[in-house]
Design a protein around this ligand. Structure first.
Ligand code: NAP
Length: 463
């Protein structure tokens, strides 16, 4: 290939890759086309890599090959983690991406000094600042989610002031470097300070807010990649980075809304810090429990049932048993729907993915508003491993840390049945008054085993 045809080929590959990235995001917005979306993203990325490898500026492929092998060795096992570990896995990907962006920025700076054009120095500073704070921030977030680090927010007086101060100094140095790019002794500071900021930024944020923070870090990683696109003069990187940056930002906003928290509250609120549980207050409240046989009888006698799945269903991998329960009840003429809370589980769309895996018809999945309109006319609300998303304290108790979060009003159903293993709290670490109501029955056990027992009872009895 002549240099001319090869550069046309590369541009063409990049164009198709760009189109595929955009289509990928569009298709991923609906469960019906989501698989196509994943394919489009993968093919787009493969084309982008091939295009880059064809670049005639490449002198030797030796290091690239080593990188590809190392990347695959790390990437393949990362792709196989359990669904519940996806948030921390995603955080690790952001950390790697951000580290890569930062290293490219550093190499570029030292390759160009002493004459770095002002524009290049500006975007390069944005690249390394965002890249390095995303690197340590994402590592911290992954550590908190994996519970390698303490989940509780760690705060001290004036923390926000110190953090913003560090970031401001880094930005001020960056501005100085734009004017005097040859003062290279200062350059390491616009990496070191954001690295420290990344750690300090995450320390005061509680584990329950980590998924939101991760999508925000996703957004930063995207923006730093876009800045790198300007530095390297790559349109593809600019576009892909911008798509990544904006989609991450939109997702964080959606998640904050679903928890009724402002963005600033998630970032600076140190949520989940003081959590006095009912047990700590010394109150001995009683709950009523029931056996699978009794639960099966109540379900079989109902006309309308709403199933509310949560994190516990995911942990127990109970979705296929839930499908059997759905089949068995539907066969008896019971109207069964699913109430899906936007932050049930540990990542957006968690419940939708699991129920889709078990082939539960998508039109049976109702969102918050639809379900809450239905619940007062519902005979049985069956809560499977969900807790926080059903907690009436969010509606009633102004002192509750989740006060104001929209919840599924399962307490409005005629009978509530809750499958969970014991009285442990959910992610927010708080007690749930739902369990002490007169019309609530606790079904103690592992979600998969208990639902399986109910299904067996239903098929054994002759109604
Ligand atoms: P949750 O409040 O975390 O409660 C899950 C419950 O499942 C626990 O109380 C636990 O009780 C039970 N459980 C665990 N393993 C089980 C098993 N094997 N069988 C049966 N039950 C089991 O879950 P959620 O109601 O789904 O709420 C999600 C929480 O995560 C919310 O606080 C939300 O704000 C937060 N969050 C989610 C997202 C997201 O994107 N989805 C993002 C940010 C924050 P036992 O130990 O007694 O069994």
């Amino acid at each position: 290939m002549t240099p001319f045809t090869s550069s046309i080929t590369i541009e063409f590959l990049y164009l198709i890759a760009t189109a595929l990235f955009i289509l990928s995001l569009k298709w991923m917005s609906s469960p019906k086309s989501a698989r196509h979306g994943v394919w489009a993203g993968e093919v787009g990325m493969a084309l982008a890599i091939i295009g880059t490898l064809l670049d005639r500026h490449i002198i030797t492929y030796q290091w690239i090959a080593i990188g590809l092998v190392l990347g695959s060795i790390i990437g393949v096992p990362l792709g196989k983690v359990a669904m519940t570990a996806v948030p921390q896995r995603t955080a690790l990907s952001h950390a790697f991406g951000a580290l890569c962006v930062t290293l490219v920025g550093i190499a570029h700076y030292y390759g160009e000094i002493p004459d770095v054009p002002k524009f290049t120095m500006g975007v390069l500073s944005a690249e390394v600042i965002l890249g390095s704070l995303t690197f340590t921030g994402s590592l911290m977030a992954a550590g908190k989610l994996q519970e390698v680090l303490p989940q509780r927010p760690i705060t001290y007086k004036g923390a926000n002031f110190v953090n913003l101060g560090i970031l401001s100094v880094a930005v001020a140095i960056a501005i100085y470097l734009i004017v005097n790019p040859s003062h290279s002794a200062l350059f390491p500071l616009i990496i070191a300070l954001p690295l420290a900021f990344g750690v300090l930024m995450i320390i005061p944020i509680g584990g329950a807010d980590m998924p939101t923070v991760i999508s925000l870090l996703n957004s930063y990683a995207g923006l730093s990649a876009a800045a790198m696109g300007f530095v390297l003069d790559s349109k593809l990187l600019i576009i892909a980075g911008a798509l990544d940056g904006s989609s991450g930002f939109i997702l964080s906003v959606i998640m904050s809304k679903a928890m009724n928290r402002s963005f600033t509250n998630v970032l600076f609120g140190a949520f989940g810090q003081v959590q006095a549980s009912a047990a700590a207050a010394g109150e001995a409240k009683t709950v009523r429990s029931a056996t699978p046989e009794e639960a099966a009888g109540i379900l079989a006698a109902a006309n309308k049932v709403v199933i509310v799945p949560g994190y516990g269903m995911a942990v127990a991998q109970a979705q296929h048993k839930v499908r059997e329960l759905y089949d068995s009840l539907t066969k008896r003429g019971v109207d069964v729907k699913f109430g899906i809370h936007p932050v049930a589980g540990r990542m957006p769309g968690h419940m939708n993915v699991l129920l889709a895996e078990a082939d539960i018809p998508y039109d049976k999945l109702l969102d918050l508003d639809e379900v809450n309109a239905d619940l007062p006319q519902t005979d049985v609300a069956l809560v499977i491993g969900a807790n926080d998303v059903t907690n009436p304290a969010a509606r009633e108790d102004k002192s509750s840390p989740i006060y104001g979060m929209p919840i599924l009003d399962v307490d409005k159903a005629r009978t509530v049945m809750v499958i969970k293993r014991g009285m442990s709290p959910g992610f927010a670490g708080i007690d749930n008054p739902l369990y002490y109501l007169d019309h609530t029955l606790m079904l103690f056990g592992d979600a998969k085993a208990f639902v399986g027992d109910i299904v067996r009872e239903l098929s054994g009895s002759h109604h």
